[in-house]
Design a protein around this ligand. Structure first.
Ligand SMILES: C[S@@+](CC[C@H](N)C(=O)[O-])C[C@H]1O[C@@H](n2cnc3c(N)ncnc32)[C@H](O)[C@@H]1O
Length: 367
C-alpha cells in the first residue's frame, strides 16, 4: 500500500519531468560591471533513480495523526554576521561579516529597494547557472578575496567560503532551526543527543554542541566533513562531543536502527538528489518516506523533535507535512510545517523589508 503510493508519486514526477523545460531566465547582474565571459552551459547531470530495493518496508503506523499547525512561517531577519540587505531582479544582496555578496535568487521577482550605489558596493558576485545547484563563478569587483573568511553566528565562529555552486558555507535560513535546537538544549537540563543528517559545514552541529548537546554529524562528502572539522577548531569546540561521520545518510540511520541507538533531536536537510561516499544514490522523492520512517524509530523515549527541510523540490509544504503526520501517527506532539523565509533588513540590518522564501520545512515536536 505504502509502496504503491511512492510508485504513483514517482510516475507522476516522471511525467512532469518529461515535459519540455521552460526557457531559462537570463541572468542579469544588476550592478554596472564589465561583462564577464559566462561559463559554458553544462549539460544537466542526470539524476539516476536508485535501482536497489528499499532496505526495509515502511512500518505500519497506527494511532492518531499528531495535531497540526499550518502554515507556520519561520522567519529570520539575520543573526550575528549575517543579514539580507535587499533582493530583486532575480538577485539577492547579502551581508556576511565584512563582505557584501550578490547571488542569483529566482524568487526575487520584484524590483530592488536599495539604490544602485548600494548594490555596486558588492565585494563578491556569483554569476552562472540560475539553477539552485548550477555551476558558476565568483567575481570580486573591489579586490581579490581569499576562498574563506571568518564569520560568527549564535556565538559560534566558523568560516564563510566561496564555493563553485554559489553557496557560502551556510544556509542562513536554517538559523531558525539552529536557534530552536539551542533553546531546546538550554531548557533540557541534560545533554541532548542530536543527530544532524546531511550536515554540510557543521554549523548546526557546532551550535548544538556549544549549547551542551552530544552531536552525531553525518555527511557523504569528505571535503564537507573537513570544512566542518576546521569550523570546530575555529569555534574552539575541539573537546566538544561531536562524532563526525563521513557516510551515506540512509545507510547510517538504518545501521543505527539495527544497533538500537537513539536520539533526542534529529535534523534532516536532504538535497533533492545526492550521492553517498560509495556512490549510493539519494533521491528525495524515492527515499524520503523510508528516511522519515527510520528517523522515527531513532527517536528516544524523551525525544524533543524531528526537523526536516526540503529545498528545490516540486512540492508544497503539505506533501512533507502529511508525510510527517503519517510517520508520527500515535506519537502525540504536534506537526508544524510551512516555509523558511528570510526578511530583508536593509544596509544597517535593522529595517524590515520583504520576505524571501527559501525552503519548505516540517517538524514534529513533542511539546
Ligand atoms: C543541502 S546541504 C545541507 C546544508 C546544511 N544542513 C546547512 O544547513 O548548512 C546537502 C549536504 O548533503 C550532503 N549529502 C548529499 N548526499 C548525501 C548522502 N547520500 N548522504 C549523506 N550526505 C549527503 C552533501 O555532501 C551536502 O553537504
Amino acid at each position: 500500500m505504502a509502496t504503491n503510493r511512492v510508485d504513483a508519486l514517482k510516475k507522476k514526477l516522471d511525467r512532469h519531468e518529461a515535459r519540455p523545460k521552460a526557457q531559462k531566465q537570463e541572468f542579469r547582474p544588476r550592478p554596472k560591471t564589465p561583462a564577464q565571459p559566462q561559463p559554458q552551459a553544462k549539460p544537466k547531470a542526470v539524476e539516476p533513480k536508485s535501482t536497489e530495493a528499499p532496505a526495509r518496508p515502511l512500518l505500519d503506523r497506527r494511532g492518531e495523526r499528531p495535531p497540526e499547525r499550518v502554515p507556520v512561517i519561520l522567519e529570520s531577519s539575520g543573526a550575528g554576521d549575517f543579514h539580507l540587505i535587499d533582493s530583486g531582479d532575480g538577485l539577492k544582496l547579502e551581508q556576511y561579516g565584512p563582505y557584501r555578496i550578490v547571488r542569483p535568487e529566482a524568487q526575487a521577482l520584484w524590483r530592488p529597494s536599495e539604490s544602485a550605489q548600494v548594490w555596486e558596493k558588492a565585494d563578491a558576485i556569483f554569476t552562472g547557472d540560475t539553477d539552485e545547484d548550477g555551476m558558476g563563478r565568483w567575481r570580486f569587483p573591489r579586490e581579490a578575496l581569499g576562498e574563506t573568511w571568518p564569520l560568527s553566528l549564535l556565538g559560534v565562529d566558523f568560516l564563510g567560503r566561496f564555493t563553485a555552486f554559489r553557496h557560502v558555507g551556510i544556509f542562513p535560513e536554517q538559523i531558525v532551526h539552529w536557534r530552536w535546537v539551542k533553546e531546546q538544549q538550554e531548557a533540557a537540563g541534560r545533554p541532548l543527543k542530536v543527530l544532524n543528517l546531511f550536515g554540510y559545514t557543521g554549523v548546526a552541529s557546532l551550535v548544538a554542541a556549544a549549547a551542551g548537546a552530544e552531536v552525531t554529524h553525518v555527511d557523504a562528502s569528505k571535503k564537507a566533513i573537513g570544512w566542518a572539522r576546521e569550523n570546530q577548531t575555529l569555534a574552539r569546540l575541539d573537546r566538544a562531543p561531536i562524532r563526525w561521520m563521513c557516510d551515506d545518510a540512509m545507510k547510517f540511520i538504518l545501521r543505527e536502527e539495527r544497533r538500537g541507538n537513539r536520539y533526542d533531536i534529529i535534523l534532516a536537510d536532504p538535497p533533492k538528489f545526492g550521492r553517498g561516499p560509495n556512490g549510493e544514490v539519494f533521491h528525495l522523492f524515492e527515499q524520503l518516506p523510508l528516511m522519515l520512517d527510520v528517523c522515527r524509530e531513532l527517536l528516544s523515549e524523551k525525544s524533543v523533535g524531528l526537523v526536516l527541510t526540503a529545498y528545490s523540490i516540486r512540492a508544497s509544504f503539505y506533501s512533507i507535512h502529511e508525510l510527517m503526520r503519517e510517520t508520527m501517527r500515535g506519537a502525540g506532539g504536534v506537526v508544524e510545517s510551512g516555509e523558511l523565509v528570510i526578511r530583508e533588513a536593509g544596509v544597517d540590518g535593522k529595517a524590515s523589508g520583504r520576505a524571501l522564501s527559501t525552503s519548505l520545512f516540517s517538524r514534529w515536536v513533542r511539546q
